[in-house]
Design a protein around this ligand. Structure first.
Ligand SMILES: Nc1ncnc2c1ncn2[C@@H]1O[C@H](COP(=O)(O)OP(=O)(O)OP(=O)(O)O)[C@@H](O)[C@H]1O
Length: 277
């Protein structure tokens, strides 16, 4: 492991790269209840730097709820640890400060602002708003690096509202990168994207995962097959299978959940209603 120091928030930082030190997300025995309804009953999974972990399952399986609980949007019990830090029980902003970044199914960028302003705001949470809006002569290296990584280095002055659907998603990912998110939780990042945008997104996620843990909730099974390192399958709030793409696709329990019959259909998650191939 390379030498570490700590950044201004006290988070460990890799001396060589200047990036937050890679850490794993470990979720165990997660349970989320809405009134009398148990949406997540006992979910355990992890995600380590270097892998793109997919979280799949039929509609209503509890995938988004898991992310909501990890990020503090809904109350969960059990445990979700990022490195040594327990995430459950913290308010959303504190969880984010620990390095947990997420995107939603609909990209939430500031449409009236430029790409640069969006990245600048994400990077400079502590700067005063007037300073954020003032034209800047120089671009901070970390913003430049993030813009480069998400393929928007040539579009810094473009108004975010005029970006394509895919580019907005990438900008949102870029906003997490400049915040130094150590784990990225992405909810259906390629929904509505063209084939080329999906390929570019998958490649982007693989690069990001070199230094961070990446968790992707997806219904797009073709995308999953191409870019997943490991897959966790949720059904009715519990994990029913986990492993490589080949492993979960061959798992009779997964086939049964997706098609209601394993042996007779030779089922594949990709053929399930709600999953797209
Ligand atoms: N705030 C809430 N109040 C009550 N029930 C909820 C709430 N949020 C989610 N649920 C329920 O919890 C279950 C799990 O929902 P969740 O959105 O996590 O599933 P999902 O696997 O992400 O599904 P999809 O793939 O359709 O997005 C569903 O039955 C849903 O209706």
């Amino acid at each position: 492991m390379s030498p570490q120091t700590v950044d201004v928030l006290g988070a460990p930082q890799d001396v060589a790269t200047g990036l937050a030190a890679p850490v794993s997300l470990v979720v165990s025995g997660l349970r989320v209840q809405f009134g009398g309804f148990v949406a997540v009953s006992d979910a355990s999974f992890d995600a380590h730097p270097g892998e793109v972990r997919f979280l799949i399952g039929p509609n209503g399986a509890g995938k988004t709820t898991c992310i909501d609980a990890i990020t503090g949007l809904v109350r969960g019990t059990g445990s979700a640890k990022l490195g040594d830090d327990e995430l459950l029980g913290r308010p959303v902003h504190r969880t984010a400060r620990l390095g947990v970044g997420r995107t939603f199914q609909t990209a939430s960028v500031f449409e009236e602002m430029s790409v640069l302003q969006n990245l600048d705001i994400a990077a400079g949470m502590n700067r005063r708003s007037a300073a954020l809006l003032r034209p800047r002569r120089t671009v901070e290296p970390r913003i430049e690096a993030a813009a480069e990584q998400i393929g928007l280095a040539g579009s810094l002055e473009q108004r975010a509202g005029t970006l394509s659907h895919g580019q907005k998603q990438w900008l949102e990912i870029g906003m997490l990168l400049v915040q130094d998110a150590r784990v990225l939780l992405l909810d259906e990042p390629v929904a509505g994207m063209s084939h080329d945008e999906r390929t570019a997104t998958g490649t982007l996620l693989q690069r990001i995962a070199e230094h961070r843990a990446v968790v992707v909730v997806e219904h797009d099974m073709d995308f999953m097959r191409r870019f997943a390192t490991r897959v966790t399958v949720l059904h009715q709030g519990s994990v029913i299978s986990e492993g490589s793409v080949a492993h979960v696709q061959a798992d009779p329990r997964v086939q049964e959940v997706y098609l209601g019959s394993a042996a007779t259909h030779g089922a594949d998650p990709a053929e399930h209603e709600g999953a797209t191939s």
